[in-house]
Design a binder for this molecule. Structure first.
Ligand code: MG
Length: 368
């Protein structure tokens, strides 16, 4: 039984080790809201708001999430009793979208639930792996910088390289990469930077034998992606377009993609993420776990999610040291031989670095 005693929001800010650049946005300083939920028996679970400070990825921001959690979500959950975190989904149904805000509470509930069962989060959600393969993302930069980053990441053992592309920084860049690294497992992410008018241009990328092209078209589109997929040999992977199990079902029915990226925050929580995983599995659509430049708390949830059996493609789950000087969890997430060990301790399986969170905190509020 989970009955909420209080929810504490910790707004933190960290500087990324290097700026992260995509076709539509640049992140140098990363704000996050760490969500600490304590139940009436004193068990504490952690979640994280993975929205960015501005709405370049989806419409949510750190501020909209704070508002949603404080004014709508927490009032909805206090005085309620839950046998299982899945019940939260129904409870939140009357509140439209705001998935990243919802997900932060949902994650904390799953952490509490698995701690109370005395099992790891991975086990609680039906995970089957002890290790997950780790991939890495290279942000937009000059060709020389992208090439040297790829070399660095391959040496570090990452199993899959993803690069960001946009019109004008795609074909030639890929040509150079394939010249230097003809056989690496390579994929691209366009973050919606193209339209159907670019079909002919995107078809040309087929020659690079990419693992997939992620989200070439608009973030709210499923129909045009189906048209484009028919023209491309390269599998399309949807990211921004999939915000719920219904989006996933429609994309599968229309043939809008052959791969899906699942992010806990984007789909409104672990419960929805598991359902999308199961649906994709039943349609032989492989999935992988995307990244949000998150702290170790969200990263720990991602590791558990990626331990489900249909996560057959290495995700964007990298070592803490890929982004941060120091992470907010202890031990930090490490990659060894291209793999991350799935923790087997109760809940998310990492300790919280209180001292460091305190150091990073810009604003804190206890909601009861
Ligand atoms: Mg993406």
């Amino acid at each position: 039984m989970i009955k909420v005693k209080k929810v504490t929001l910790h707004l933190i800010e960290q500087k990324l080790l290097s700026p992260f650049v995509t076709g539509i946005g640049k992140v140098e300083k990363r704000e996050s809201i760490l969500v600490e939920v304590e139940d009436t028996e004193g068990v504490v679970g952690w979640g994280e708001v993975v929205a960015f400070s501005s709405p370049w990825y989806t419409e949510e921001t750190i501020k909209t999430c704070w508002h949603m959690i404080e004014d709508f979500l927490v009032p909805q959950i206090v005085n309620e009793a839950y046998d299982h975190p899945q019940q939260l989904q129904n409870n939140f149904q009357s509140i439209k979208r705001n998935n990243m805000a919802k997900a932060s509470i949902d994650m904390a509930f799953w952490d509490i639930y698995s701690k109370k069962q005395g099992i790891s989060l991975s086990k609680a959600i039906g995970g089957t792996k002890n290790f997950i393969d780790s991939g890495v993302v290279v942000s937009l930069n000059s060709i020389e910088k992208v090439l040297s980053k790829i070399e660095e990441h391959i040496k570090a053992g990452y199993k899959r390289i993803k690069i960001k592309i946009k019109p004008g920084q795609d074909y030639k860049l890929l040509q150079q990469i394939r010249r230097e690294f003809p056989t690496i497992s390579l994929m691209v992410d366009a973050n919606s930077a193209y339209s159907l008018k670019d079909t002919y241009h995107l078809k040309a990328l087929d020659e690079f034998h990419l693992l997939m092209i992620e989200q070439p078209l608009a973030e709210d589109d499923i129909i045009d992606h189906a048209k484009l997929q028919k023209e491309l040999q390269t599998p399309i992977c949807l990211d921004e377009s999939i915000t719920s199990i219904d989006d996933a079902r429609q994309a599968i029915e229309l043939g809008s993609c052959r791969v899906m990226n699942i992010k806990i925050g984007r789909v409104g929580g672990m419960t929805e993420a598991i359902q999308i995983h199961n649906l994709c599995q039943s349609h032989q659509i492989p999935v992988w776990c995307g990244g949000m430049l998150e702290t170790g708390i969200s990263r720990a949830h991602n590791i558990a999610l990626a331990s489900l059996p249909n996560f057959t493609i290495p995700g964007d789950i990298s070592a803490s040291s890929r982004y941060w000087d120091r992470d907010v969890i202890d031990p930090e997430v490490v990659v060894e031989n291209g793999r991350i060990a799935v923790p087997d301790g109760p809940g998310i399986g990492f300790n919280i670095d209180w001292e460091y969170i305190h150091h990073l905190t810009k604003q804190k509020k206890v909601l009861q």
